[in-house]
Ligand binder design. Structure first.
Ligand SMILES: Cc1cc2nc3c(=O)[nH]c(=O)nc-3n(C[C@H](O)[C@H](O)[C@H](O)COP(=O)(O)O)c2cc1C
Length: 192
């Protein structure tokens, strides 16, 4: 298969069907911090198509700040139950307000309240205050729609390099890599 996104989606569909996990679409996104170190954390993958891979987050979080200074990012996932590792390198761009609104609507009310109440990645004096703060937000918004804060949206990682690894117990993993050359994907293999 010459299209890495199509190949990835085939694996992703199977992974979702068979997943024993609660968080079935968690993927690790790595950004590059100002200090040059990579910053990696899991996010929920929303969609993957020919335009790229989308995740939602606070735009002014640590990852958002990293991406505003350096759009280059990595995205990695390991699906143990189907024996597939996927790795992406690419540039992240912000999704449109319309797309962010659609993702916002799909969030639970509590997730919307949490998002509109807290500033992700900012210091927190006391974790025990979280529930009381959320309860305050519930009461404040009772009977009202929770609007998407301008600080929440998403990023689309537009890949330039993809590697799909089929895990083999004997360690003879099949590593298929795809590099974007102009508008075309070049396919090759790597030793395990
Ligand atoms: C399974 C899982 C899924 C997560 N999904 C998201 C997500 O979709 N968006 C998000 O902003 N944070 C998500 N988080 C929290 C992030 O891992 C991270 O703590 C947060 O985004 C702050 O990262 P930052 O300070 O590097 O920006 C998730 C965490 C886990 C464990």
């Amino acid at each position: 298969m010459h299209d890495p996104i199509e190949a990835f989606n085939k694996h992703w569909r199977l992974a979702l069907e068979r997943s024993p996990l609660k968080q079935k679409s968690a993927v690790c996104v790595s950004t590059i911090g100002r200090n040059g170190f990579p910053n990696s954390r899991f996010v929920d993958l929303k969609e993957a198509d020919e335009r790229g891979l989308v995740f939602c987050t606070y735009l002014n979080s640590a990852k958002g700040q990293d991406l505003s200074e350096n759009a280059r990012a990595g995205l990695t996932v390991w699906w143990d139950h189907i024996g597939i590792q996927a790795r992406f390198q690419g540039n992240c761009e912000q999704i449109s307000d319309e797309e962010a609104n659609e993702h916002w609507k799909s969030r639970s009310r509590d997730a919307q309240l949490t998002t509109s109440t807290f500033c992700q990645s900012e210091p927190l004096a006391d974790p025990s205050s979280l529930y009381a703060t959320l309860e305050g937000a519930r009461q404040q918004h009772a009977g009202k729609e929770v609007e998407r804060p301008q600080t929440w949206g998403g990023f689309r990682l537009v890949p330039v390099f993809v590697e799909l690894l089929e895990f083999r117990e004997d360690r003879l993993h099949i590593r298929t890599c795809y590099s974007l050359e102009g508008e075309e994907w070049t396919v090759g293999f790597l030793q395990p």
